[in-house]
Every structure is written in C-alpha cells, then in structure tokens.
Design a protein around this ligand. Structure first.
Ligand code: GGG
Length: 360
C-alpha cells in the first residue's frame, strides 16, 4: 500500500474578513482530505499574526516569523490591515515581509469571468475571457527604498523620497515566467505594461529586458503598453489580453481593475510563488481585510477558496484543483452569490454549495 502524503500548511488568517474566508477555505480542504481515501492529509499550524497581534506585541509577526514558515509545504493567507494600525505598517510588517523574505517573486493573479456572475464589463465575448496578471513581487515600486525628514526642515516643509528599484535579474525572471506560462495557453500571447515614457530608468530597463527575452520565444505573440492606455484597453479591447506582466504596483492596480470588471474583487484568487520551490509559496485572495463588513458573515469566500485551488495545483493535486475550480463555476452558475455580486447568500452558504458540488 502506498504511503499517505501529509501536507504541512502554515495558516495565517490575518485581519478582518481574512479570518472568515480562510475558515471556509479550510472546510474545502477538509472535504478533499476526507474523500482522498487516505491518499493525503493536511496538517495546519495557525499563526495569529496581524493587526491584533501588533496591538498586543508591537509587531505584526514574530521576529523570526519568516524562518518559522520556511519548512511548510505552503502558506494559506487571509488578509492584512485593520483600523488602528497604519496600513503601511501592517502591509510591510506581514504580507510584504513574507513575500520578500521567502523570495516569492511571482504573484499570479488569474481573472476569471465566472458563469452567473453579473459583470461590469459589457462585452459580447466576456464568457471567453481568461486573463492572468503576472505581478513582479519582489522589487519595483515595493523596494522600500526611500525616506523622510532628511532635510530636517520641519512641519509643513517635509520632504519624502520613494524610489523604485528594477534589477535586470528581477525583470528577466518575471518576464521569462510570463513567456513560459503563455506557451502553455491557447493564444500564446504576453502583454507587457510599463510607463517607460515617464519612468525613464527602471521601466526602460524592463522594456529592454522584455524585448531581449521575447526573441527567445518566437512562438509567443507580444504586445507592449503604457499603463494608462492599458487601463483603457482592459475595458475597450479585453479580447486582446491573455497573459499580462507588469511591475509590482501596476499589476496590483490592473488586477483590481480586472477582477472588478469580472464581477467583484471578492472572487479574485492569487498565488505568491517561489517558482524554484526553494521556499514555500503563499496563497491568498487578492482582496484585503474589508473592515466594513468584517464579522458580518457576508464576505465572499470565492477568492480564498480559488486560492486553495491554486495551492492544490502547486502541491501536485492537479485533479483536485480542477475539480474545485469546476465546483466554483457550478456554484455561481446556480446563482449562489454574495452581496458584492448582487446576491443574498452568506459566506458559509457559498462554501456549502461549493462542497455540495464537489460531492456530486
Ligand atoms: N489578501 C491580500 C491582502 O491582504 N492585501 C492587502 C493589501 O493592502 N495589499 C496591497 C498590496 O499587496 O500591494
């Protein structure tokens, strides 16, 4: 008899609705474990890091937090940020600390146009759209280079500098990742997005690397856009997009636009990958902690459950990942929708329906 595989998960529910949606994702993983015929199991260790932890301990996570995560097979993350802790403190103290500390340099953000979901994008071919945003996740505008108050000029005259850092290595690896992914897809097209007419150093380097790498992929169609024009293109010519690669900040903004067009930020899943698998990758919905609806039981769990599908795929459970994606599609097609999508179902009811569909 072959041995049962135990997957060790580090679970960080974080703040606000992060706690609610991660609970739902774990219910789905439980379902898979129960039905795996003993083939595999998930062992979850919970880390209580986040804004409450900060208010008690003065830090978002333990000092050796990144090291504590190193030996897990994957990290399942909720959301970060809550009133009472400045957003830049909570984001840098947890999500970015983990992504950069574990060199999760590729953030993959699929944009799915799910059946039964009212879209904001009015396009005859919306059903066929299937984009993936590839976000550079280690440098760019999130390099943390900068400072305040160096002039000592005092109140009202303060100066702040925030620099972006682009390395040839960082650009090349994420652009190559996008090309490799495009090769596995139907259209085989990569769109690169910068603002290199105005950002004349780092983003010009990005463009040059893109042109250089593209020569190695003659079978992949390419396109290069400025981010302002690309935002319009998302709405006006969405059928032109397939794999879109952009810097840390631009891909973050464009993925919010993409998921809003497909219905709601609540359905967007993501994976923060270390593609070399030297360190664990982290799976989380794109949305934040949504303090305005936290504790009400109405958050949309689809983004976080979809992120569990990305995690299953990463762990080598491709069949389960595909089953879960199908169950999510079936659930929205049946009209199970939370309030952000114009429905009336609560968080648990959506998960119940997904699990029901998995069992069919
Ligand atoms: N689950 C994703 C999350 O919590 N995001 C919080 C946030 O503010 N993210 C901004 C960013 O990553 O740039």
């Amino acid at each position: 008899m072959s041995e049962s595989k135990k997957f060790r998960l580090a679970v960080i529910p974080g703040d606000g609705i992060g706690k609610e949606v991660v609970r739902e994702g774990l219910r789905v993983l439980d379902f898979f474990e129960q039905n795996s015929g003993g083939k595999y199991s998930f062992e979850s260790d919970f880390f209580p890091w986040g804004c409450e932890y900060y208010l008690e301990h003065g830090k978002m996570m333990d000092e050796d937090g990144v090291d504590k995560l190193r030996d897990y097979d994957a990290i399942y993350f909720g959301a970060v940020g809550f009133p009472g802790v400045p957003d830049h403190v909570s984001l840098w103290g947890l999500r970015i600390a983990i992504c950069q500390g574990l060199d999760q340099w590729a953030n993959i953000r699929p944009v799915e146009f799910l059946p039964g979901v009212p879209r904001r994008l009015n396009h005859p071919e919306a059903d066929k759209l299937n984009w993936v945003l590839i976000r550079e996740n280690s440098e760019g505008e999130y390099s943390g280079v900068g400072g305040r108050n160096f002039t000592g000029r005092g109140p009202g005259k303060e100066v702040a500098v925030q620099s972006s850092l682009f390395t040839e290595h960082g650009c090349e690896r994420i652009i190559r990742y996008a090309f490799d992914l495009a090769r596995t897809r139907k259209r085989k097209k990569v769109t690169s997005v910068t603002k290199s007419n105005a950002q004349q150093f780092g983003m010009v380097l990005w463009d040059e690397v893109f042109e250089h790498v593209s020569k190695e992929y003659p079978d992949v169609e390419t396109d290069q856009w400025l981010v302002d024009a690309m935002a319009a293109q998302f709405v006006l010519r969405p059928e032109e997009l397939e794999v879109v690669v952009a810097s840390n900040l631009f891909a973050d903004i464009l993925s919010d636009l993409g998921s809003a067009l497909s219905g709601s930020l609540g359905i967007a899943a993501s994976a923060n990958l270390n593609p070399e698998r030297r360190t664990p990758s982290m799976f989380e919905s794109v949305h934040g902690s949504a303090p305005d609806i936290a504790g009400k039981g109405i958050a949309n769990p689809i983004g976080t459950i979809g992120s569990a599908a990305l995690m299953l795929d990463h762990l080598g459970l491709q069949e389960e990942a595909e089953q879960l994606n199908q169950a999510i599609r079936e659930t929205t097609r049946q009209g199970y929708l939370t309030r952000d999508l114009g429905g009336t179902h609560n968080t648990e009811e959506i998960t119940d329906a997904i699990i029901d569909n998995l069992g069919k």
